[in-house]
Ligand binder design. Structure first.
Ligand SMILES: Nc1ncnc2c1ncn2[C@@H]1O[C@H](COP(=O)(O)OP(=O)(O)O)[C@@H](O)[C@H]1O
Ligand SMILES: [Mg+2]
Length: 255
């Protein structure tokens, strides 16, 4: 039996003013699936994530999350449905980790967070192995710690889908693997994840499905071994690469 569809993107066109960035994009993400969006810089990955999160509105076409059309869901309800972690930004203000994570709980909080809100925030911090950071200031965290805290904040709204924009981009190898391991664990408990990734080896190893985009169009979509072919990589990135299927790795040959 096929899993339920968590995200459905149907023929979307997204523009910034007159610049057409996404062009007739369609795909589905099944519940519990990890889907990676790959493609060169400027190909439209961030724009796509922002459109699924409702920050950008498609000029044509529709996005559905949990069978509901995103642009028709009230903001507060949408925040309960979709957790979005933008690309790592520098947060300089002296805000405590717990208070920051609790801001993810906003759609449920009337005036002040209740014990239940705090318990949820703490359990999400535990889930990403960051509960020891609860009393620290955000600006005292390493990039790896901050990325985990950002994910905990997104999870605190108890979303159906998690959107991650290059969650490993500023991290050293160990933290990259750790963050992707968390994504995999979340998937095992039913979380649907759509993330932009640069590292093709990571995309190969951690995704159920890959969407390869180029110039705002889908170039290929399917299982990692179907999408990550040497030919596709050369055509989209202009780089010769070798795909090593038995260890699920992509290496470049231009050096
Ligand atoms: N706020 C914006 N205003 C105008 N153009 C933008 C804006 N954000 C992104 N773009 C353009 O849209 C295209 C896709 O960008 P983006 O979605 O950020 O790509 P990616 O995340 O794949 O690097 C690029 O050509 C970029 O210059
Ligand atoms: Mg981007």
């Amino acid at each position: 039996m096929n899993a339920a569809v968590a995200i459905k993107v149907l023929g979307i066109e997204v523009k910034y003013k007159s610049l057409n960035v996404l062009d007739d994009l369609s795909f589905e993400v099944a519940e519990g699936e990890v889907t990676s969006i790959i493609g060169p810089n400027g190909s439209g990955k961030t724009t796509l994530l922002k459109t699924v999160d409702g920050i950008l509105k498609p000029y044509r076409g529709s996005v559905y999350v949990d069978m509901k059309e995103v642009c028709r869901i009230p903001k507060k309800e949408l925040a309960k449905l979709v957790g979005y972690v933008p690309q790592l930004v520098n947060l300089q203000q002296g805000i405590k980790v717990i208070d920051f994570v609790l801001t993810g709980r906003r759609p449920y909080v009337d005036l002040l967070p209740t014990k239940r809100d705090v318990d949820v925030a703490l359990s999400k911090l535990r889930m990403v192995r960051a509960d020891h950071l609860v009393g620290r200031d955000l600006n005292e965290l390493s990039s790896g710690e901050l990325q985990r805290v950002m994910i905990a904040r997104a999870l605190t709204s108890e979303p159906k889908v998690l959107l991650l924009d290059e969650p490993t981009s500023n991290l050293d190898l160990r933290f990259q693997v750790e963050v992707l391991g968390i994504v995999r664990e979340l998937s095992k408990i039913g979380m649907t994840t759509l993330m932009a990734l640069h590292d093709l080896t990571h995309a190969y190893r951690y995704s159920n499905k890959i969407i390869m985009i180029n110039n705002g169009k889908i170039f290929a979509v399917g299982r990692p071994e179907e999408v990550l072919t040497e030919e596709n990589i050369e055509r989209v990135y202009g780089v010769k690469a070798r795909v090593i299927q038995d260890v699920k790795a992509v290496i470049t040959l231009d050096y």
